[in-house]
Ligand binder design. Structure first.
Ligand code: C2E
Ligand code: SIN
Ligand code: SIN
Ligand code: FE
Ligand code: FE
Length: 343
């Protein structure tokens, strides 16, 4: 019943060992579904016990639990799913029955295959990012993880403010996460001497640096996956500014050797996803250390973003960013590294 739009608990995680002590660990090892009527009254003679610290942390009373292994088509275990506290028609907490196991296991098979596919895609994307990280070590995995997470949460709030359905939002978020993580992958085409220059860039260097938007878009020219189009959009337009003073602007043919930057795209001419990634990327860049600058304090970065509302940044996107700032902080905590976190 909580606000179902964005949820900062999505970005909290706890670690438990895979051993027979925990319910989840026991199921992962035995690969057998398990039903418990009341975890506070577990029978003696079983190896596992219930860890009450999670209930204490989240002020919850876990009672009936069904735990099902997630097994891939190759028989590999990639997780367990726990369903907690089923309710009957009157809303009273009920218990799981053996017949439920069948239905849930069927669902778990599909979930396992979907998760496996997502893990494989993610692996490939992360390798693309690691390739560009070899060139520009500031474009790190934590940075792209943060930009990806900020972007999808900004989109989620933006879209639910406009009454877009949760199904639509979820499907866009999957694609946007990938597209936003790849925003700077075109830096792979920029030379080391420019990328790693300790100080400001001259006009020619600056032009070559700005070419990373074009290089990125070229990587996604062939539309083979369902995220290529969005990735191309984000790569080419993430340095456009709301007031039209960004780059590369309207470029008639990104395949030509000689690229002349056009007049900047302006306002809603800039694709929404690029407007979102623009803010997410700059916020994270400001807070991080670069070859050419130190990380800014949080207060200074936030002042800057507020001042650039309607200039660099889409005003609506800026307002959404501030309205979900607790989620932004939760993401930072999760993907912590090279970000200064004082006020
Ligand atoms: P980046 O370091 O990831 O920065 C992304 C964007 O964050 C920048 O886009 C800019 O809009 C914002 N930003 C980052 N640091 C600052 C800052 O100290 N002050 C302000 N006002 N904004 C900041 P931009 O400027 O188009 O730069 C794109 C990329 O070009 C940067 O990515 C970085 O890789 C490179 N770059 C930009 N300026 C310099 C520089 O002076 N020296 C070097 N070596 N590289 C630079
Ligand atoms: C466990 O599986 O023993 C702990 C996970 C939970 O809180 O249900
Ligand atoms: C800058 O130092 O690059 C900009 C100053 C500011 O906006 O805080
Ligand atoms: Fe960029
Ligand atoms: Fe970036």
């Amino acid at each position: 019943k909580r606000d179902s739009t964005s949820n900062r608990y999505l970005y909290s995680s706890d670690a438990i060992h895979i051993d027979h002590d925990s319910i989840a660990g026991h199921v992962a090892i035995t690969k057998k579904a398990l039903i418990i009527d009341d975890v506070y009254k577990i029978e003696s003679g079983v190896p596992y016990g219930f860890n009450r610290s999670f209930d204490e942390k989240y002020s919850y009373r876990t009672k009936a639990v069904m735990t099902v292994p997630l097994i891939t088509s190759q028989g590999k275990i990639i997780g367990v799913m726990q369903i907690i506290n089923p309710k009957n028609q009157n809303g009273a907490i009920h218990r799981f029955e053996a017949r439920h196991k069948l239905i849930v296991s069927y669902f778990a098979n599909h979930a396992a295959i979907a998760i496996e596919k997502a893990m494989m895609t993610r692996e490939i994307i992360l390798r693309m990012i690691k390739m560009s990280e070899l060139r520009d070590p500031t474009e790190t995995i934590p940075h792209v993880n943060r930009v990806g997470a900020y972007s999808i949460e900004i989109y989620h709030k933006w879209a639910s403010n406009r009454g877009i359905s949760l199904d639509e939002i979820k499907s866009v978020k999957d694609t946007l996460r990938i597209a936003s993580m790849l925003h700077d992958v075109g830096k792979i085409g920029v030379s080391d001497t420019i990328l790693k220059k300790n100080g400001s860039l001259d006009a020619e260097e600056s032009h070559l640096m700005k070419m990373h938007t074009i290089f990125g878009a070229r990587l996604f020219m062939d539309r083979t996956s369902d995220w290529d189009e969005m990735a191309a959009e984000v790569a080419i337009s993430h340095h456009e500014k709301w007031d039209g003073s960004g780059y590369p602007g309207h470029v008639p043919n990104i395949q030509r050797n000689e690229i002349l930057f056009g007049p900047g795209k302006k306002g809603e001419e800039i694709p929404l996803f690029a407007r979102i990634v623009a803010l997410a990327d700059v916020y994270d860049a400001l807070m991080s250390e670069r070859y050419y600058k130190n990380g800014w304090s949080e207060g200074r970065a936030l002042d800057f973003i507020q001042r650039e509302r309607g200039r660099h940044f889409d005003p609506a996107v800026t307002d959404v960013f501030f309205s979900i700032y607790d989620i932004i902080k939760a993401i930072q905590k999760k993907y912590d590294s090279c970000v200064r976190s004082e006020i």
